[in-house]
Design a protein around this ligand. Structure first.
Ligand code: ADP
Length: 466
């Protein structure tokens, strides 16, 4: 991939290189053509020295030259400037032989056009000067009569210059093509590496190209995608782990009552000399264990029902305060039987919420049932309700044994219990709080465990009001 792309770039730039050479040649040809085209109309060619030269320099008419911005000087054989009109670049009235030779030799490189004619009869030099506008007089000149050595030398020199020019052009093209290709192949390679790592399961892979072009967009998209995949994978792992644990817990919790039922039924069937009392004791154990298994299965069914996409509440606009007062009132006999104290702090005014009252009652019953089941006599249960900012908060507290802080996060997970003895008399299914939390969430609220420094436990139900 990398090679292919860079070769394609090299190919493209080779074509550009050839086109550049072609354009350079064409430019020279055009320059030469343009130079020829305009040369007749230039002042220096319209007023050549040959047109104004006279045998006697005093008869020379310099007016046309001067009018067109030029100048005329006459230098005699003593190198004295004997006549000057208009533009004068000699600067002196009298020159030495060296100065005059230097002037003649350097005239080509100055920004002036000089035409210098010698008049043998008058023994003077006529110098016509025009300022150069833009020198556009490229031409390749050669003379066949030149010595073959000179011809070869000049030819080689020119060929070498052209070759060096072409080599430099080729080098630049090559470097440019490589740099341009690298601008694409390097980020592509990094993205390829990242994708490969992702495919191999390294979901923490991120690409950093340090670029601000389209590749940066691709990099951001790639990194976003990697983050999402990483998140999804960790969620999947977690839910897989939860599912495994759930199955393990279910089978463990069902195994005890089922094997107990089996054992006692077998005993009843095989032991013939059983007293009436033993018989009814065994039957009671069987009944209790079937109740236990049945409760577990009912709660499991309820929990999985709430996880299913078809699950929906039947919400009705209900006065939360009125409803809570009523349900707490119904629970009073249970509290009194257990020797519990109670305090209800529910405001007189109304706070309306959309409630599936059957399901919502399950939360209160479960919290109350737990308070009674897990705490000793004389524990006080407090239920309070406050409503503000479109939200009602129901705090359900007891001053009993409390729930260890390390379980605060997990207590709402299925099968999590504070006392780990699954067979203890108090031991429930460990599903009650999971179901209660799901019901609260389905109502758009939540059920959380709070630690406010007080003894016992405080569960908080939040629910949006309307
Ligand atoms: P369970 O069916 O076991 O009651 P829950 O999910 O309702 O299941 O409760 C989980 C565990 O939380 C219980 O086993 C118990 O150890 C602890 N728990 C719940 N409520 C209270 C409470 N009010 N006081 C002390 N412990 C509690």
């Amino acid at each position: 991939m990398k090679r292919k792309l860079s070769n394609q770039f090299l190919g493209n730039f080779l074509v550009i290189f050839l086109l550049t050479i072609l354009a350079t040649v064409l430019a020279f040809v055009l320059l030469s053509f343009a130079s020829g085209l305009i040369s007749d109309s230039l002042a220096k060619n319209r007023y050549p020295a040959s047109a104004i030269i006279k045998e006697d320099y005093k008869q020379i008419d310099a007016s046309a030259v001067v009018e067109n911005g030029g100048g005329v000087q006459v230098v005699d054989k003593e190198y004295r400037v004997v006549y000057s009109s208009g533009l004068n670049t000699i600067g002196k009235d009298k020159l030495s032989t060296e100065e005059f030779t230097t002037f003649l030799a350097e005239s080509k490189s100055k920004p002036y056009h000089y035409e210098i004619l010698y008049q043998p009869e008058g023994e003077f030099w006529l110098i016509v000067t025009f300022p150069t506008s833009i020198r556009l007089d490229f031409s390749l000149v050669y003379n066949k009569k030149a010595s073959s050595n000179d011809f070869m030398r000049a030819g080689w020199a020119m060929a070498t210059v052209v070759l060096i020019y072409l080599l430099i052009l080729a080098l630049f093209t090559f470097i440019y093509s490589r740099i341009t290709a690298a601008g694409i192949t390097v980020p592509l390679q990094k993205l390829c590496d990242g994708t490969r790592l992702l495919r191999e399961g390294d979901y923490s892979t991120r690409v950093d190209l340090c670029l601000k072009n389209e590749f940066a967009e691709l990099q951001n998209t790639f990194n976003d995608m990697a983050t999402r995949i990483e998140h999804e994978i960790s969620l999947r792992k977690k839910s897989e782990e939860d599912r495994r644990r759930l199955i393990l817990d279910i089978s463990h919790d069902l195994k005890n009552p089922m094997s107990s039922i089996q054992g006692y039924v077998e005993l009843l069937m095989t032991k013939s000399d059983m007293t009436e009392q033993e018989h009814s004791e065994h039957l009671e154990i069987i009944l209790n264990n079937s109740k236990r298994a049945n409760r577990l299965l009912t709660e499991l069914f309820e929990l999985s029902q709430m996880d299913s996409p078809e699950f929906s509440l039947k919400p009705v606009r209900t006065d939360l305060c009125e409803y809570l007062r009523q349900i707490c009132g119904e629970l009073v006999p249970q509290l009194e039987r257990a020797g519990f104290g109670y305090e209800f702090d529910i405001p007189e005014e109304s706070a309306f919420a959309l409630l599936d009252t059957d399901r919502f009652g399950r939360i209160i019953q479960n919290l109350m049932g737990n308070a009674v089941r897990y705490n000793p006599q004389e524990t006080t249960v407090t239920v309070s309700l406050t409503a503000q900012n479109h939200q009602a908060v129901i705090d359900f507290s007891d001053d009993g044994i409390g729930i260890p802080a390390h379980l605060a996060q997990d207590i709402f997970k299925p099968f999590v219990r504070a006392d780990d003895s699954r067979n203890s008399k108090t031991g429930g299914s460990g599903l009650g709080l999971s179901i209660a939390k799901k019901i609260a969430e389905a109502h758009g609220g939540d059920l959380t465990l709070r630690y406010d420094g007080n003894k016992g436990s405080t569960f908080r139900i939040t629910i949006p009001t309307i």
